[in-house]
Design a protein around this ligand. Structure first.
Ligand code: 5GP
Length: 219
């Protein structure tokens, strides 16, 4: 009996440890977020902002973290990141930016804590967001695929433009615009090896073949 327990326990530990295989770096398009939730600022910023850095694996895009280290705003090194986090990882909803960072860390951060502590985790997200090679809006604008009034965009075309610029396949996430009832581009995901630096193909895709990419919330 004890033997079986030991096998079960080691299987459990092994499978939990084996979970984290890649990062999904999720950036949101604020006008698309803010058509559906009440946002603090109007108009919404028209730059991609960070939603989260989500540890995942190839078959499971959302992991439930075993470790539960809580967000700490006083941890050494964190204060130095705040100015850039405030700009690139704002809380679009009402409330403090820190509330959003706390929620994101508490839900996702501990899943990759064996590799990145809290400061390293937020630093990794900023490194990706500020790397000009991964400037999504610049990539799309250069390909004449930026946000517009009402032109519909094709999944393959947007995906190909980002893939051509970065070398790897992004994931696209859509939501439904409450005003127009159209499916719209909401978030773009870049996937990284668990080192947090090597771009890889994203194994997940969400948007339908065609969708809107609106310049503002007023469409
Ligand atoms: P997840 O919790 O899986 O990281 O992300 C989904 C949740 O994040 C949703 O509840 C969504 O409303 C929320 N969310 C997306 N953008 C923002 C934001 O800018 N601020 C806050 N507080 N929540 C957000």
């Amino acid at each position: 009996m004890a033997h079986i327990h030991l096998i079960l326990l080691s299987t459990l530990i092994f499978s939990v440890n084996a979970q984290f295989e890649l990062f999904q770096m999720v950036q949101q398009w604020p006008p698309a977020t803010c058509t559906n939730v009440l946002c603090a600022r109007s108009p919404s910023p028209t730059r991609f902002t960070i939603h989260g850095l989500w540890p995942a694996n190839y078959t499971k895009r959302y992991l439930v973290c075993r470790q539960r280290t809580k967000f700490s705003e006083t941890i050494q090194g964190f204060a130095a990141l705040e100015p850039l986090l405030t700009y690139h990882w704002p809380n679009l909803k009402r409330g403090k930016d820190k509330t959003f960072w706390r929620k994101e860390w508490n839900k996702h951060g501990p899943c990759s804590e064996n590799v990145f502590n809290q400061v390293q985790y937020f630093q990794t997200a900023l490194n990706i967001r500020t790397n000009p090679r991964y400037d999504l809006l610049a990539i799309l604008n250069a390909a004449k695929l930026g946000p517009t009034g009402n032109t519909s965009r094709q999944y393959q075309v947007i995906k190909n433009a980002i893939q051509a610029a970065t070398g790897k396949k992004p994931g696209l996430r859509c939501n439904v615009n409450k005003n127009t009832k159209q499916t719209q581009l909401h978030e773009i995901v870049l996937c990284f090896h668990k080192d947090g630096a090597t771009l890889i193909d994203c194994p997940f895709a969400d948007c339908p073949p065609r969708f809107a990419f609106y310049l503002s919330t007023s469409f």
